[in-house]
Design a protein around this ligand. Sequence first.
Ligand SMILES: CC[C@H](C(=O)O)C(=O)SCCNC(=O)CCNC(=O)[C@H](O)C(C)(C)COP(=O)(O)OP(=O)(O)OC[C@H]1O[C@@H](n2cnc3c(N)ncnc32)[C@H](O)[C@@H]1OP(=O)(O)O
Length: 357
Amino acid sequence: MAVLFHPPVDTLRKYMFVLPCLFPMSSSFQGDGFQSNTARLPLSSRMVLCALRPQLLKSSTSVGAWGRLLQRQSSGSVYSNIHGFNQEEIREKLLAFPGGSIDLHKHDSGIAVLTINNPSRMNAFSGSMMVDLEEQVRQLENWMDGKGLIVQGAAETFCSGSDLNAVRAISNPQDGMKMCMFMQNTLTRLLRLPLISVALVEGRALGGGAELTTACDFRLMASDSVIQFVHKHMGLVPGWGGAARLVHIVGSQNALKLLGGTLKVDPKFGLQIGLADGVLEGPQAEEGAETPLQQAENWLSRYIKGPAPVIQAVKKVVLSGRELPLSEALRTEKDVFGTVWGGPANLQALASKSKHK
Ligand SMILES: CC[C@H](C(=O)O)C(=O)SCCNC(=O)CCNC(=O)[C@H](O)C(C)(C)COP(=O)(O)OP(=O)(O)OC[C@H]1O[C@@H](n2cnc3c(N)ncnc32)[C@H](O)[C@@H]1OP(=O)(O)O
């Protein structure tokens, strides 16, 4: 059977990180007209098409199935060329403001550590760091063995937002919009990773740094740390998606107080309003005391025990529940359920007659 509709390759790329996991590729779909019709697409796109094929075949029209499917998935990015967003153009502009780096270390435990690294500017985001972040998120989207992610700042402070030198240089409205769309896309993709993520907040998380903490599933605060949405002081509102996410996390009343009052959120206040999910033990001089990163890894480890496909499925059903209308979320949950039902972990658990005491 021929495939009647080929979605654009860049659209396929965008959805790649979600779809292969939802609809694992079956070799029985190789070797017929489907494969030859798609042979000229890059391998990654062909994999997605193969993965999608059962869905496409079930539908009376392939276009309809594709459209519904895309609607049902949490898409990676918010903006694309149909919104006038040109990723390459803004990438070039941002690279004109170098400094610092975003470092990624993937560990065998299934936990990756992403470090915002620009200590001489309190880990402010230079333009090149924004580009780096997008590239590291792309790496994580393709990490099949991943289960958890810790986002931290270098040198015991989290992040002081945008690099004000870059902000001054691109303060015209057009460039501001482009940077805003770029960062919204990246942070949305960060939150939508099929990994359980934690922001480890030491020192200060200000402006865009506060917004970054909301792009993680959880926030752990060191005892002397502060999260502050300082945007109003700058004559601004959050633009990296931080306001929308903050409302989901703490509710609209608290979000209004934090943004309107530029309130400093310390660990106690953070726990009270639900912005913080845990507080790390203070600095300990004794030998053998856990570092903040070790504490964060321990905290996260209880939520990521088990095989990567199951943990990733957990994140996906929660993500769809968080982002989609109920009926769409239920259908996505069914699809994700189908990826683990009868899978190795499920069969092993059934064979061992496990009891949940
Ligand atoms: C508003 C929205 C926007 C967005 O969402 O995109 C932003 O995020 S704009 C940025 C918002 N953040 C700020 O305005 C932070 C400004 N900085 C400070 O308030 C202080 O520097 C602070 C509290 C982070 C640290 O104060 P402290 O006294 O401990 O250290 P210094 O001030 O001496 O800072 C050391 C060094 O870092 C430079 N620095 C700090 N933050 C930034 C920044 N965001 N951009 C560029 N550079 C920054 C600071 O200038 C010092 O550099 P030095 O060369 O030593 O003077």
